[in-house]
Design a protein around this ligand. Structure first.
Ligand SMILES: [Zn+2]
Length: 410
């Protein structure tokens, strides 16, 4: 929306400049106009849809007059390439239909104005390429003092709600804010931003956080990251490599890419709207699947559309479901620990490719698993700690350089 305004403004300015230049130099504007009239304008073949707040890939594609199965299948494939949880309102989806108008032949998804995802239909699948405009990386130190709440202070510094939440979750394990936070407490956040056209894009990388107060004492967190940008271990840890988040619930996979969220979607088999009773994670065949929490296996069997599935009953009363497995390595009645391998990713049952369907059953129905506060690890292991020590050192050095830049000696 801002982009649109900017483009419009630029166009207006350009028109004004052209106009004033032509009047200055008495250019033969009329003659030029007559020539260009001979060329008929080319119609834009792209149909453009903007993702509204709360919208999904399904809802925008459903605006097109296409068979439900086509929309269902294209959306399904779309999720293989794009983690659907990264879709933001304002992102645009552009589509070109085939000659008969009943199939999508090309699709372009423009994300946070710098990334273009291009899809081309090749029979039953989509060929995918990604174009990214260059962005600059910038690190920044944000210092703040508590006036009311940490939330308010972080937002006032210009951090996005998502970044704010990450910082909060990280600190909550160490600090009881309700009891111990006081006006005048101080904090520091060190972030890495991607800058495009002079402005930061959403989702900063939080490299470091500290908090100091009379009652809270001093606490600091550092970012640990693995090479795999989707690794569930990437995040904030305290100096000892503890994640500060003891929700007791882990992730069912080591690397997370959400290909389909919980809720309404068009079924690629029936072409009708249906309620998706879980979250789908993209993963390769054979990827280990972990129990997200300790419990007892209530069933491990072949179950129609879900294919090979495992269900685990947890002491809290909730039940977790892992479906479309290639195989399972547990049996009914067996007790499992959090993080224990229960099977491997497959595509059994009603599935169009390798993925894990993860369901969370509580209070008599399946509920949205994104409500679970999942954590990659309570504590980094020995090998991860070695990497973490190096990364901590680098972050400290980067911050030091920001605080007292080395002046080149002449
Ligand atoms: Zn599913």
């Amino acid at each position: 929306m801002n982009m649109g305004k900017q483009i419009l403004l630029t166009l207006v300015l350009l028109t004004l400049i052209t106009f004033s230049l032509s009047s200055l130099f008495h250019l033969q504007g009329k003659e030029d106009e007559a020539k260009s009239e001979a060329l008929a304008p080319i119609p834009d073949p792209w149909i453009t849809q903007t993702i509204p707040a709360g919208g999904s890939i399904f809802s925008v594609l459903a605006n097109l007059d296409l068979p439900g199965t086509e929309i269902g299948m294209v959306s399904w494939r779309f999720g293989d390439f794009i983690d659907v949880t990264t879709i933001q309102p304002g992102d645009t989806l552009r589509v070109i239909l085939n000659e008969t108008g009943d199939k999508i032949s090309k699709m372009m998804f423009v994300q946070e104005p710098t990334i273009r995802h291009l899809f081309e239909a090749r029979g039953d699948s989509l060929a995918y390429t990604k174009e990214a405009l260059p962005v600059q990386l910038r690190t920044r130190i944000l210092d703040g003092t508590l006036v009311t709440t940490l939330d308010a202070a972080l937002l006032a510094l210009g951090l996005s709600p998502m970044d704010k939440q990450n910082i909060n979750n990280g600190l909550e394990g160490d600090i009881d804010f309700q009891r111990d936070a006081r006006k005048g407490d101080s904090f520091r956040v060190f972030i890495e931003e991607r800058i495009f056209e002079g402005k930061p894009l959403p989702r900063a990388k939080i490299l470091y956080v500290n908090y100091e107060g009379v009652r809270t004492g001093f606490h600091e967190l550092f970012r640990y990251a693995q090479d795999d940008e989707n690794s569930v271990l990437n995040g904030l840890y305290n100096k000892e490599g503890k994640s500060n988040n003891s929700s007791g619930v882990g992730y069912p996979l080591a690397s997370i890419h959400v290909s389909s969220s919980f809720g309404k979607r068009l079924d690629p088999f029936t072409g009708r709207w249906a309620n998706h009773q879980g979250v789908d994670y993209r993963a390769a065949y054979g990827t280990p699947v972990y129990a997200v929490a300790a419990g007892t296996v209530s069933s491990a069997r072949y179950n129609g559309g879900y294919g090979k599935e495992v269900r685990i009953k947890h002491p809290s009363g909730m039940m977790t479901l892992y479906a479309h497995l290639q195989n399972f390595s547990v049996r009914a009645g067996q007790r499992v620990k959090r993080g224990q391998i229960i099977g491997r990713v497959g595509s059994t049952g009603r599935s169009t490719g390798a993925h894990l369907h993860f369901g969370l059953h509580s209070g008599g129905s399946f509920i949205n698993p994104s409500q679970l506060r999942m954590v990659g690890a309570e504590k980094l292991n020995k090998k991860q700690m070695e990497e973490f020590e190096l990364q901590k050192e680098m972050i400290r050095n980067q911050m030091q350089n920001k605080l007292s830049p080395q002046v080149a000696k002449s």
